[in-house]
Ligand binder design. Structure first.
Ligand code: FAD
Ligand code: SIN
Length: 537
């Protein structure tokens, strides 16, 4: 079964669904997603989506807060686009029926770390789930969108897949679609398209402790890298300061997030001895940007030798707590913590990739016909550290802009390529030793957590690079002689992402935003992005 369409969208989180919906106003879309359509980082988003709504708020303040968090590396024009177009995109979401929480008829605006104003539009503490619901309802009712679930994109189709075009220079390459694995049938098919949108989300699963669900194996970053697209700032991995501490670590179950909005609501961080410690680290205390709060907790844990710190909301009324945070209240109660009476044990966890596939103001990558939106992209909005709740906003603002550009592109693109070769798996065998794969994934996650985490050093990065290199060689051998299946593809992508994070971290000889290294504790005068490009795809 090979398919052809105007636009192929890969991923069914906010970025993929929103872009598909906008494109479907003028073209046919196939949207593939590797699990069921709701499984995405988006579905777990709690706090909300930032935008200038309050009459006392201004675009300038939201821009300034974003630039401050980004520590000198944001693209100013990208931030301006985000902030100026934000309110219109929030209206788009409301128009398709997203039920955001209201107070006396008006949108209820919460506050989170790094924001100088109340500007977080939310649906209680399950904002992502509500947005997914509304988007999916509309996508499914569109006659121009075909959704294919359990369809995992393996690789992009560009010149590098076609024998006599392999040597085309990198700056002249096109994307004509992707090879897709039908997970249930275990067969590979091709989808060719005039435009392709990567909306594959994040890569939290590269780390041992993460708030991201298991789909977040960095597939889009790795596919784009293999195809020769430019990738930037991969060292800036955001660790969320507060995930629920659990004694058990599972390879597949993510850490449950305790939203930043809980600190915005008045939650106080304490160590196990009951001392409030944030003032020692930053005058903004609990509402300092995330990198500062995560490092403060990390430092407190190292100093005390404790496994977790405490987030306390017991000074708030039970009714208010349940009204604002019904999911968090229920989840904690399920592990015998009544948060109206007991503080919550929390630890940092890998949460968000600020870097990604480099795109311009219309979400265009360096490969013609390939767009990237949402967490997988690097628009310039987040710089060295993302401001809370700017991610969902970025996905809709840049998804919308991608749709504007794709409209123009497909009008001048007459046909898609017909001579794309079939997936070639001759000489490979089915693989039944899954333990080799799960063990490699475990090893990588542990290496990344221990050596490429909140605090880094040259020695730790070197050690990570050499350990990863051996795992890479073993896995490539296995990949070459095995028929593709889900786990081996995800392992390959996790390995590639780990490589890119380590390499970028080694390139940055300073501490900036989310990248903190003991060997270069200061800022360099000139702020530069780190760019990677696979020159031999
Ligand atoms: P996702 O929502 O992750 O969607 C990616 C999609 O791609 C999924 O459908 C996945 O299955 C699919 N996919 C991946 N690889 C492949 C492949 N190879 N083939 C086919 N399909 C593939 N941000 C905020 O702004 N506000 C918040 O309150 C907030 N809270 C968060 C809470 C949690 C617990 C987490 C984890 C993140 C939170 N974030 C928040 C970040 C935000 O949710 C994500 O950055 C955002 O949802 C990413 O959207 P996306 O569409 O880019 O990717
Ligand atoms: C949260 O609710 O703390 C997550 C917000 C975000 O990641 O932007």
């Amino acid at each position: 079964m090979n398919l052809n369409t105007d636009v192929l969208v890969i991923g069914s989180g906010i970025a993929g669904l929103f872009t598909a919906l906008k494109v479907s106003e003028y073209a046919d879309v196939i949207l593939v997603t590797k699990k069921n359509k709701t499984e995405s980082n988006t579905n777990y988003a709690q706090g909300g989506i930032a935008s200038v709504i309050d009459k006392n708020d201004t675009f300038e303040k939201h821009i300034e807060d974003t630039l401050i968090a980004g520590a000198g590396l944001c693209g100013k024009s990208a931030v301006e686009l985000l902030v100026h177009e934000g309110p219109d995109r929030i209206n788009d979401l409301i128009e398709i029926g997203t039920n955001f929480t209201r107070k006396e008829g008006k949108l209820d605006l919460a506050r989170e770390g790094g924001h100088s104003m109340h500007r977080i539009v939310h649906a209680k503490d399950f904002t992502g789930r509500e947005i997914e619901r509304a988007l999916i309802e509309h996508v499914l009712s569109s006659k121009r969108i075909q959704v294919i679930e359990n369809a995992l994109a393996i690789d992009l189709i560009t010149e590098h897949n076609i024998k006599n075009l392999k040597d085309e220079p990198l700056n002249n390459r096109n994307c004509w679609g992707a090879y897709i694995l039908d997970i249930f049938k275990k067969s590979v098919f091709t989808i060719t398209s005039k435009a392709t949108v990567l909306a594959t989300g994040g890569l939290g699963q590269v780390y041992l402790h993460t708030t991201n669900p298991y789909i977040a194996t960095g597939d889009g970053f790795a596919m784009a890298y293999r195809a020769g697209a430019r990738i930037g700032n991969m060292e800036f991995i955001q660790f969320h300061p507060t995930s629920l501490y659990s004694e058990e670590t599972s390879l597949t179950t993510p850490s449950f997030l305790i939203s930043e909005a809980v600190r915005g609501f008045g939650g106080i961080l304490k160590n196990k001895a009951g001392e409030c410690f944030m003032e020692k680290y930053d005058s903004r205390k609990e509402l300092a940007p995330r990198d500062i709060v995560a490092r403060a907790i990390d430092s407190e844990l190292k100093r005390t030798g404790d496994e977790f710190v405490l987030l306390d909301v017991t000074h708030k009324s039970k009714e208010e707590i349940i009204d604002h945070f019904p999911s968090i209240y229920e989840k904690c109660l399920s592990v015998d913590i009544d948060i109206s009476k007991q503080p919550i044990p929390v630890v940092p966890a890998a949460h968000y990739a600020c870097g990604g596939i480099v795109v311009d103001e219309f979400a265009r990558t360096s490969l013609k016909g390939l767009y990237a939106c949402g967490e997988v992209s690097m628009t310039g909005v987040h710089g060295a550290n993302r401001l809370a709740s700017n991610s969902l906003l970025e996905a809709v603002v840049y998804g919308y802009r991608a749709a504007l550009d794709i409209d123009k592109l497909i009008k001048v693109t007459q046909t898609t390529r017909v001579d794309v070769p079939e997936w070639d798996d001759s000489g490979t065998l089915s693989h039944d030793e899954k333990v080799l794969i799960t063990h490699s994934i475990k090893e990588i996650k542990q290496i990344m957590w221990d050596y490429v985490g909140i605090v880094r050093s040259d020695l730790r990065l070197e050690r990570a690079a050499s350990r990863l290199h051996n795992i890479f060689l073993e896995n490539e051998q296995l990949y070459k002689r095995t028929k593709v299946f889900e786990d081996i593809l995800e392992l390959r992508n996790i390995t590639t992402c780990a490589h890119m994070i380590i390499k970028s971290a080694q390139m940055r000889k300073e501490s900036r935003g989310l990248h903190f290294t003991l060997d270069y504790p200061n800022l360099l005068e000139v702020a530069e992005n780190t760019i990677l490009q696979n020159t031999n795809p």
